[in-house]
Design a protein around this ligand. Structure first.
Ligand SMILES: [Zn+2]
Ligand SMILES: [Zn+2]
Length: 821
């Protein structure tokens, strides 16, 4: 029966073999619920595999909507649903995810409170969905011998065709399939004509395959030589030190099962070589491997080492510098098994590798692994979950592990210390801790090749200013570079060394205020609860005094000259990287010359390409001083860096975030680790207004263990992660009353769920966020914390089931948050 619109009544339509395939499809847009149940039910004439991306009719108008098949089966999927009302899918889009990633998505959707369709959608790169660069390639293949005989018996070949055929037969069977062009060349023909005749006769057949063409983007096949001309600092495969060897041998027996290893190695201790050797063994066992690195340290230097080492096994690199078609190609190569090692940033954790044997998360402490939009997942934690689901080993590596990972790798600080003192150099706690803690701990306390960790001097900026005043300096300006650092920069430049300078603030001046203390006015953004920052350059031209910009909503306007309250001339205070650049150019004009200094921050580096180019120029020695934000703190390894300066170590310390101290420790340690990587020893100067801060003192002493012990004790006392688990919900609205009401309702629902489940969680708020307004949106937060992960998950799931706890434009749910601003 055909209805008025020409559609067949589904109830009467017949499936080919009498049975329909029923599918549960998670539509990419919205529809919040956890688990596979959140999928909508459709049917299909032909079987469709789990993970396929299909188009389904949605809503009243049956608009085509993309979604991923999360379950497939027979009538059992219908439940109480009327089979006659189930619609058929519209088409298979040709793209899809392997079933193992669908399982991972189901977990993420539940854990991170994000709609399943949205999680699945974010796993699949846009280029794969759009099938960018895909083309169909036709190859020619010989038909099977029986068919060949039939053709030859039935036809008497004309002389010329017969000669063509003889040449085709001479080609080794293993060389097929060949493209028509290649075959034409091989048989010495000038046109495609002879080959086409053989196809028409049925002696050759066409086989179609899909191939992804790559165009544009940054070259991925970079080698170390390209960034370090004149040879490499290290040979491609070097002898392992005793410490490295012990770790490789210790990890190897756990390959083939789920296990988490934390490798804490000081900067320059050769962690990468450990990864490479374990990867070798994984590949030898016929399995594949995934290496995650922070986006910013996915430099040609890092990627090049992996590419070079595993070229023969097939290696893919995923980073933001790829063009869409390159990204599609890299994805397709991993899915087809052509790449057996994938190196990439956060989202590479979803690489479609099969038979995974190892996941390496390098610089596991890096905040880049946390995604700050939906789904708000942590790449490291998802990697561990994926490894658990697929039964493979994980190596987390860092010189300054996150306290989350560290506390999983140690049992208690007291036991750990006693074992340290009785054991030797390497892996002092591994054998014992491995039996009692969640992660196995391995340590590399020394630099490879006998290199020493650099000497770090802490310089008190207040003292430096006094010295400058006493010495009768005439200018009243505040200097960012104190006399000690200034002297060291001069000496290093004179000796031909290179310098890295860290200042974790962009812009020229970070504080614009009225000089009159009774007035007290300072410039804030109209739409945000934040100060505006002076910038000197906008798109190539420089207004006399520059502009002010809000780093939160990106609003920009001209720098006002007078106070709007008392009309006094405004002053600018606090240095950003632009201010430091100006000061350096003024102080070292002669030594630096025109191109001696390069500023590396979010304003000067528009793309990965710019960043790679800057590093490459620094490696070649064209640039003497790199001044930058944390972009320069990670992973760089340049032997001629003899001085590292931290211009203001406390810029992060004062943030109202319980991880401020940990971040400062990491930043100072990481940047200090860039010094003295070659044969010459390095020096590090840390300028601070807070020289007694534990984060700075311990970083200067290269003492992670003491820092971690003290910081963990503080966190334990305050009931903060990693000793507790946390979730943060931010309610935002342009209307403060609406935000307040929404937060109130949510708090009531969460409190009721907590009470019903035995009050295992603490619920704080609603209270204004530290930045109480961004881009005109008021922000209120609710914080959940508990000793167990499940308590928080249960409460959130209860509220979610009532439809109250939804990730949308007004509500941001962040499980295991790492930023609390
Ligand atoms: Zn703003
Ligand atoms: Zn004023």
């Amino acid at each position: 029966m055909i209805d008025l619109f020409g559609r067949q009544d589904p109830a009467l339509e017949e499936a080919p073999n009498g049975a329909w395939t029923y599918l549960r499809v998670a539509v990419e847009r919205g529809l919040d619920k956890g688990g596979k149940d959140s999928g909508l039910t459709y049917r299909s004439r032909t079987p469709v595999e789990i993970g396929r991306r299909v188009e389904v009719p949605l809503g009243r108008g049956d608009k085509p909507a993309p979604g991923i098949v999360v379950e497939a089966g027979g009538a059992e999927l219908l439940g109480s649903f009327d089979a006659r009302r189930v619609k058929a899918i519209l088409r298979d889009t040709g793209a899809g995810l392997p079933p193992n990633l669908v399982e991972l998505a189901v977990w993420m959707s539940g854990y991170y409170i994000c709609p399943l369709g949205m999680v699945l959608s974010s796993m699949l790169p846009a280029a794969v969905k759009k099938r960018t660069g895909l083309r169909t390639v036709v190859h020619l293949q010989r038909v099977d011998p029986a068919a060949e005989r039939t053709v030859l018996e039935a036809h008497k070949l004309p002389k010329q065709t017969s000669q063509t055929w003889e040449r085709v037969v001479e080609i080794k069977p293993a060389d097929f399939p060949l493209t028509a062009d290649d075959l034409t060349t091989r048989i010495g023909a000038r046109t495609l004509g002879p080959v086409n005749r053989l196809i028409r006769l049925g002696l050759l057949r066409e086989v179609e395959s899909e191939d992804v063409r790559q165009t544009g983007g940054v070259e991925t096949q970079l080698s170390i030589e390209q960034i370090e001309p004149g040879g490499t600092a290290q040979p491609t495969r070097h002898e392992l030190t005793e410490g490295q060897h012990g770790i490789v041998e210790g990890i190897t027996p756990t390959l083939g099962q789920f296990a988490v290893h934390l490798v804490r190695g000081v900067t320059g201790s050769g962690k990468t070589e450990v990864y490479l050797q374990v990867l070798d063994r994984v590949l030898q066992r016929g399995r594949t491997a995934l290496v995650l690195v922070p986006e910013i340290s996915l430099t040609p230097q890092t990627a090049g080492r992996f590419v070079e080492r595993f070229r023969s096994a097939g290696v893919g690199v995923l980073h933001s510098g790829l063009s869409a078609s390159q990204r599609h190609r890299e994805w397709a190569r991993a899915a087809s098994g052509a790449s057996r090692v994938v190196v990439g940033a956060r989202s590479a954790v979803f690489a479609p590798l099969a038979n995974l044997g190892l996941i390496v998360v390098d610089e596991e402490h890096a905040s880049d692994y946390k995604q700050d939009q939906l789904p708000r997942y942590h790449g490291r934690d998802v990697a561990i979950k994926r490894a658990q689901m697929e039964g493979c080993a994980v190596i987390l590596g860092s010189a300054t592990p996150s306290l989350e990972s560290w506390s999983n790798a140690i049992v208690s600080t007291s036991r750990e210390r006693s074992e340290r003192s009785t054991d030797g150099r390497t892996t002092p706690v591994a054998s014992i801790a491995a039996r009692r803690s969640k992660y196995a701990l391995w340590e590399l306390p020394d630099r490879v090749g006998g290199g020493r960790l650099p000497k770090v001097d802490i310089i008190d900026l207040a003292e430096e200013r006094k010295t400058r005043q006493q010495s009768g300096a005439r200018d009243s300006h505040l200097h960012l570079i104190g006399p000690t650092l200034e002297k060291a920069i001069g000496e290093t430049l004179h000796a031909g060394g290179q310098i890295l300078l860290l200042l974790n603030r962009r812009g020229h001046a970070t504080y614009i205020a009225c000089p009159d203390s009774t007035c007290g006015w300072f410039l804030t953004c109209d739409d945000c609860d934040a100060k505006m920052v002076q910038h000197r350059v906008i798109a190539g031209h420089t207004p006399p005094k520059g502009v002010v910009r809000c780093h939160h909503c990106l609003a920009q306007r001209l720098l006002p000259s007078n106070c709007p309250i008392c009309d006094k001339k405004l002053i600018t205070l606090g240095f950003g990287t632009q201010g430091a650049e100006q000061e350096l150019n003024a102080k070292f004009a002669e030594a630096l010359g025109e191109h001696g200094l390069l500023r590396v921050d979010g304003d000067t580096m528009g793309s990965a390409k710019d960043y790679f180019a800057a590093l490459s120029r620094f490696a070649r020695g064209e640039i003497k001083v790199l001044l930058g934000t944390q972009m320069i703190a990670k992973g760089l390894d340049f032997p001629n860096v003899r001085l590292v300066g931290v211009l203001n170590a406390d810029s992060a310390l004062s943030l109202p975030d319980f991880r401020a101290s940990e971040r400062t420790f990491q930043l100072v340690s990481q940047v200090a680790g860039r010094a003295g990587r070659g044969t010459l020893s390095g020096r590090v100067i840390v300028q601070t207004c807070d020289p007694l801060a534990p984060a700075i003192r311990h970083a200067a002493a290269h003492d992670f263990v003491t820092f971690a012990r003290e910081e963990l004790a503080t966190r334990r006392e305050a009931g903060l992660p990693p000793l507790t688990r946390m979730a943060r919900i931010v309610c935002r609205d342009a209307d403060l009353h609406k935000a307040d009401a929404a937060a109130g309702r949510l708090k009531a629902a969460l409190t009721a769920a907590n009470t019903a489940r035995g009050n295992h969680a603490r619920i704080l708020g609603p209270a204004p966020c530290p930045i109480s307004r961004i881009a005109g949106q008021h922000r209120l937060e609710i914080l959940l914390s508990s000793a167990t992960r499940s308590a928080i998950q249960d409460i959130l799931a209860d509220a979610r089931a009532q439809g109250l706890c939804k990730s949308d434009a007004h509500t941001a749910i962040d499980v295991d948050p790492i930023a609390l601003m």
